[in-house]
Design a protein around this ligand. Structure first.
Ligand code: FES
Length: 142
């Protein structure tokens, strides 16, 4: 059996939403100290809706597929929904990642949370409790 399913391979080969957004009003970055991979997320939020989203990922195939899927999941959604995005939802939408690659999806969740935090700060809005309480899922198996 192939290690990666078709959906993961599709998002790896044809990643959606690649690139920086010049007019982003929320930018966040996340990195994994163990593998050294880095992900940057750009959000363009208008009227409480994620109008556009872009990403730059210097990382493994699973990180690229996760970035692509995570950005698709929040595009066009209210900010409150973007706040709720979990790495678990990204893995589910990708129809699974090998256990050793689940941490790559955490990078996407973290980067989106960081971009949302940046957005709230820039708007002078209170940072939602969901962000303040956020602790990335613990990686036990890297
Ligand atoms: Fe580091 Fe995938 S191996 S994000």
């Amino acid at each position: 059996m192939a290690l990666y399913n078709e959906k993961v391979m599709d998002h790896f080969r044809n990643p959606r939403n690649v690139g920086a957004l010049e007019d982003a009003n929320g930018v966040g970055e996340s990195g994994n100290a163990v593998c050294g991979d880095i992900m940057k997320v750009y959000l363009k939020i208008e009227d409480g809706i994620v109008k556009d989203v872009g990403f730059e990922t210097f990382g493994c195939g699973s990180a690229i597929a996760s970035s692509s899927m995570a950005t698709e999941l929040i595009k066009g959604k209210p900010v409150e929904e973007a706040l709720e995005l979990s790495n678990k939802a990204v893995v589910e939408a990708l129809e699974g990642l090998p256990l050793r690659k689940v941490h790559c999806s955490i990078l996407a969740e973290e980067a989106i949370k960081a971009a949302l935090e940046d957005y709230y700060r820039k708007q002078g809005l209170p940072i939602p409790q969901k962000i303040l309480d956020y602790k990335p899922a613990v990686e036990e198996d890297h």
